[in-house]
Design a protein around this ligand. Sequence first.
Ligand code: ASP
Length: 301
Amino acid sequence: MISLIVHGGAWNIPADMVEAHRTGVAAALQAGWKVLAGGGSAVQAVESSIQVMEDDPTFDAGRGSFVNALGEIELDASIMNGTTMRCGAVASVQNIRNPITVARVIMEKSDLVLLTGIGAVRFAKEHQLPTCKNDDLLVGRELQRWKKLQTQKKFSPKDAFRGTVPSDTVGAVAMDANGIIVAGTSTGGTPNKHPGRVGDSPLFGCGTYADSAVGGVSCSGWGEGIIAVVLAKSVIDKMEMTGADGDAAASYGIQRLASKVDGLGGIVLLDKRGKPSIAYNTPRMARAYRTSDMNADVVEV
Ligand code: ASP
């Protein structure tokens, strides 16, 4: 059995942006599926899928990310191998086009877990990973949004998930032919965020978690709330401790987010057999999945 699920954020995706989200998650699924179908690793599949969405300006990850209050782009990303239990993450990192790749190298080539800001950039350079300019990540849509936000009353990150403010974080969970489950997440965070603000995405147990004996999870939504309920690990615990199936565990996670902190968000997961599940309490969530039991991709927004 091989299996892959990807997501491109959970929010009120407007009708005129649905097609771009559909195309984006479909392309990400194809990139990761090609790796798995060719006998590649779940780590490589997750990295490849997320890279495609980091490069696609539709999403709030890599190029196309939201801009912080200072007009800079600060990125968070994480990846976790559920068999070795090794993990790697970057937070508040600038000038990196594919932060998921830096996260992977931290996981595989160091004994560290999480690097922030200039330390993460230094690590990337030490490992000959490419850096870029802030402008290489900035797209006109986000510059306009940022300019507009400077003239408006400040809103909290929580409010960002209430209206039509985008929440286009990306993520992927893969299971390879060796039964290794890997989860990863990448984001530009929230629009006009305070410099240095870190959301759930680079925090293990919150936005990302994998344990090949149980399953793997990637989240999107209101980061501060997701951190407070330790969303990804709560979902894994639900499966491990109560024997809940993936659908029940994913719904439980979203109910917990809603009931404990009045939060909005979405979850994609694979259970230990590679069965995909999705749950969200936003109007839409962009996602795509495939398993070796299926003969076509499923792409839904
Ligand atoms: N969870 C992300 C964050 O709070 C945002 C998102 O999912 O779009 O940084």
